[in-house]
Structures are given as structure tokens and as C-alpha cells.
Design a protein around this ligand. Structure first.
Ligand code: HEM
Length: 416
């Protein structure tokens, strides 16, 4: 297949989420050759076979593959995202330990309690921006849970900073430069806390994220450098706060499909199915990628050593073969036929947070946390009384990460 003559970084920035799906549609196949970031050859893949190919370390590696602007804003230098092989497996086990199992329920309870505390305050205000308020609620819950001390008067500033890290990774706009500055400042702050914990000047609650990261030993048996430990604490609290994007999308969905509200209020399996459908339907992570360590081949295409390989997450989540009528928002697609339970979802099928096994590959270890938080907050939102005044709720696919333009303004908030 022919590659385009010109680098596709500008079309990517201009077209956003539609760039890779459009190229695949134009080529009338799942796999496309393209160019990105200078002259690098790039293969775009999608679907379970494409995902399996990308998650095999023999075909694709992460270290040195992620663009510097993304590492310097979203992930941080030395982050788990950038590791391969044994160093990745050892670091990843730490995240899987922290983010799956019994700790998740405690986190969800803390965030739910922070939401319930906030509602009377929202009710006293003429208007609130839901995505901003959800970020504050999530910051309160996750920092308490993680053992990161944050005084009440610093909470809003921290929530805004954590949001900025997510908002600025894929743009040349001022929000990108803000994200870089925030990362410098917040890494220095957390590295200081890690130092203090190690020096015995501060205690971290036993088993908390702060405690586990500060005492973690890498594959060589060494403690993490304080700055890298800070990066990994941020890699728990920053994406948890990013669930505010999905809360904004949930409000958007309830506005467009108001019939779901009644069922959602009851919680249960429907709430989890609703959370999955929000993650599938709405645009958040566009694609993931890495570089081929040697000459490989996929779907009849040569992939010379050093090429980029991208998995089109947004495209795969809208593939009609996997999700019939993909542009219809239908939480029921994730329920069993009797509507009683959430159906089994294969590891290579629904991919808003990556594919495969989170314990062995790079799949997001925070998926259980995301689904549980989103289900819990979506139910609270469905039970809340509020009005949506005139505002711009459009979600531009050109903006990465996408969001309802207004951030979802609520007025006349009344506890449910
Ligand atoms: C807000 C919704 C979220 C989205 C859309 C999301 C999406 C993703 C994606 C696409 C990846 C990359 C997968 C890959 O490269 O194969 C990832 C990795 C990761 N996510 Fe999430 N995530 C979310 C929430 C979370 C949460 C709540 C946490 C932790 C509390 C978390 C922690 C991580 C970590 C540590 C990685 C790196 C895993 C690795 O490289 O092995 N994420 N996430």
C-alpha cells in the first residue's frame, strides 16, 4: 500500500479523532500506511487482530516511542507507560496491586461522599460547571485515598492542575505550555513528599498509594528516584481526576437520551452498562502506539524496524462488526439478554482504555476504578435535580481531548 507523501501530523491536529478512521475508510481496509512525527513510517491498525499485534512486545515496544510533548505533559518521564520487558512488568504489578481488588470500593466510597458533600454547595450557587466540580470531587476522594495530603483551600487549584495535565497533551495551543509548567511544579511538590516519607519526617498511611510507591523496588531492587516516584503517584491521581471528562459525557448522554435517566437512578447492572457505553461512544483516548523493534509484518504490510504502529481505539470502539449501529448510544448492548447482568466483554473488543491483559501488557490498570467511579457518579447525576441553561454542548472531534464545549453548566441544582 502507498504511503502519503507528506507527514500527517498536521492533518492529525486538524482532524483529531477522525484522522485515523477517515484514512482507514478511504483505504477501505482496517490497516493503513501513513506518516507521523517527521519522516517516521507509521502503520495504523484496528480490530482484535490489530490489537493483538500491537500488544506483542516482539512486534511493538514503548520505550522511546512516545512523543516528547505527550510524555512531558500527560505521563511524565520515566513513567510505566514508557517501559518494556521486565522493568515494565515489575512496575506494572505495583499499579495492578493498587488499582484492582478491595481498594477500589474504598476509593469509590470516598469520591461518592465528596460528591454528596458538594451538592448542597452547588445548590447555593446560581450556576456550576459540572466538569470542574466533578474534578474537585474526584481530587478530594483520590488524594485522601492515596494518602496525599491536600488542605481544603488548595483543593481547587490541584484539581485545575490535574485537569490541565490531561487537557494539554495533544495541542500546540497555550494549554500545552500550561500543562508542561504544571507537570514541573507538581512533580517537584510530590517528590518532596516522597523524600519526607522516606526520611521519616512524614507518615504515609500503610498500604496507600503514597506508601507503596515510596517503598517500591524496581527490577534492579532499587527505590524509584523521587522524581519518578512523583510521576507514578501522579499517574494514579491524574487519570482518576480525568474521570470528570466521562462525567461530562454522561451528562451529555442524559440530555440527549433522557429515557435512560429513570433506569440509571436505580443503579445496578444498568449503571455499569451505561458507564461502558459512555466509555465506548464518546471520544477520549484517540489511539495508542509504539515502535517496531525489528522488521515485522502485519496484514500483508511490511513494518520496517523503527516504524510507528498505532491502534485506532476510537475507530475500533465504533466498528459496526464489533458494535452494531455504533453511533447509537445504547447501554443495553452491554447487558445479558434478560437485562439482569453485565455481559462478558472480551479483552480485545472494547478498547477505550487499551486492550489485552492489564497485568502483562500496557492496558490501563485503572479500568475497574474508572467503571466503578463513573457508574457511581452517573447514578448520582441521574438522581440530582438541575436545569441545563442555554449553552454550547457540542463536542468537537477536532479537539483532543474532546469535551462538551461549555463543560456542562448546571443551574437550579437540587439534591435528588
Ligand atoms: C479517565 C479514564 C481513563 C482513560 C480513558 C484511560 C485510558 C488509558 C489508555 C488508553 C492507556 C494506554 C493503554 C496502552 O498503552 O496500551 C492507559 C494506561 C494507563 N492508565 Fe488509564 N485511563 C483512564 C483512567 C485511569 C485511571 C483511573 C488510572 C489509575 C487510577 C489509570 C492509570 C493508568 C496507567 C498507570 C496506565 C499505564 C499502563 C501501562 O503502561 O502499563 N488510568 N489508560
Amino acid at each position: 500500500m502507498r504511503r502519503p507523501r507528506f507527514d500527517q501530523s498536521l492533518p492529525l491536529l486538524a482532524q483529531g479523532y477522525a484522522w485515523l478512521p477517515d484514512r482507514r475508510r478511504a483505504a477501505n481496509r482496517g490497516t493503513v500506511q501513513t506518516r507521523l512525527m517527521g519522516v517516521r513510517r507509521t502503520l495504523g491498525v484496528a480490530g482484535p487482530a490489530g490489537a493483538r499485534f500491537l500488544y506483542d512486545e516482539d512486534h511493538v515496544r514503548r520505550s522511546g516511542a512516545l512523543p516528547e510533548p505527550v510524555v512531558s505533559t500527560l505521563f511524565g518521564h520515566g513513567a510505566v507507560h514508557t517501559l518494556d520487558g521486565e522493568p515494565h512488568r515489575v512496575r506494572k504489578a505495583m499499579f495492578v496491586h493498587l488499582l484492582t481488588g478491595s481498594g477500589v470500593a474504598d476509593l469509590v466510597d470516598r469520591v461518592g461522599a465528596a460528591w454528596d458533600d458538594a451538592v448542597p454547595r452547588w445548590a447555593e450557587q446560581p450556576r456550576v460547571v459540572l466538569m470542574d466540580e466533578a474534578a474537585v470531587v474526584l481530587t478530594r476522594g483520590v488524594c485522601d485515598w492515596a494518602g496525599v495530603p491536600v488542605p481544603e483551600d488548595e483543593l481547587r487549584g490541584l484539581a485545575a492542575d490535574l485537569t490541565a495535565l490531561v487537557d494539554g497533551f495533544a495541542t500546540g495551543a497555550p494549554r500545552h505550555w500550561r500543562a508542561r509548567r504544571v507537570r514541573q511544579r507538581r512533580e517537584a511538590w510530590l517528590a518532596g513528599i516522597v523524600d519526607a516519607v522516606r526520611a521519616g519526617e512524614r507518615t504515609a498511611p500503610a498500604g496507600s498509594v503514597l506508601d507503596v510507591v515510596a517503598t517500591h523496588r524496581d527490577s534492579e531492587g532499587e527505590l524509584l528516584e523521587p522524581r519518578v516516584a512523583a510521576v507514578e503517584v501522579l499517574n494514579v491521581i491524574r487519570p482518576t481526576v480525568a474521570v470528570s471528562w466521562f462525567v461530562g459525557f454522561a451528562a451529555h448522554a442524559l440530555h440527549r437520551w433522557p429515557d435512560d435517566r429513570e433506569r440509571l437512578r436505580a443503579g445496578g447492572a444498568f449503571a455499569t452498562a451505561f458507564a461502558h457505553e459512555v466509555r465506548r461512544y464518546y471520544p477520549f483516548a484517540p489511539f495508542i502506539g509504539g515502535r517496531a523493534p525489528r522488521d515485522v509484518e502485519f496484514d500483508g504490510e511490511r513494518v520496517p524496524a523503527g516504524s510507528m504502529v498505532l491502534l485506532d481505539l476510537f475507530g475500533q470502539d465504533h466498528d459496526p462488526e464489533l458494535f452494531p449501529e455504533p453511533y447509537t448510544f445504547r447501554p443495553e448492548r452491554f447487558l445479558t439478554d434478560d437485562g439482569e447482568r453485565v455481559r462478558d466483554i472480551g479483552p480485545w473488543e472494547l478498547v477505550p482504555q487499551g486492550a489485552g491483559d492489564p497485568r502483562t501488557g500496557h492496558r490501563c490498570p485503572g479500568e475497574d476504578v474508572t467503571v466503578a467511579l463513573l457508574a457511581s457518579l452517573a447514578v448520582r447525576l441521574a438522581r440530582l435535580g438541575y436545569r441545563l441553561p442555554d449553552q454550547d454542548l457540542t463536542i468537537s472531534l477536532r479537539r483532543i481531548p474532546a469535551r462538551p464545549a461549555s463543560g456542562v453548566v448546571l443551574t437550579d441544582v437540587r439534591p435528588g
